[in-house]
Design a protein around this ligand. Sequence first.
Ligand SMILES: [Zn+2]
Length: 107
Amino acid sequence: MSAHGTHCPHCSRPAMARTSRQITPTLRETTWVCRNEFCGHVFVTMTEAVRTLSPAAIPNPEVSLPFTPRRAPAPGGQLDLLDDPPSETSQTVYRRTADGGWKTSPA
Ligand SMILES: [Zn+2]
């Protein structure tokens, strides 16, 4: 599902995403299961899109996020992409609709 996971808050071992659902266009709830067989903790996280670094080319009118541009690109044009890892909600899938428009489709 996601390239990056999370860790159990109790034993700090990696956890596995069990279910995930979109609450709002900017908020996603994920249920995790600790992979440590001696722990077994099941817990829920919320992943929220909180600000925009680079505006969307096909913005959703329901989404309003504060715009905080990245630092100026380094000489040579390289962007510093390490500041903010992508969030779950950045992975919204855009699909073509029958009338030629765009529809967002949370996984
Ligand atoms: Zn654990």
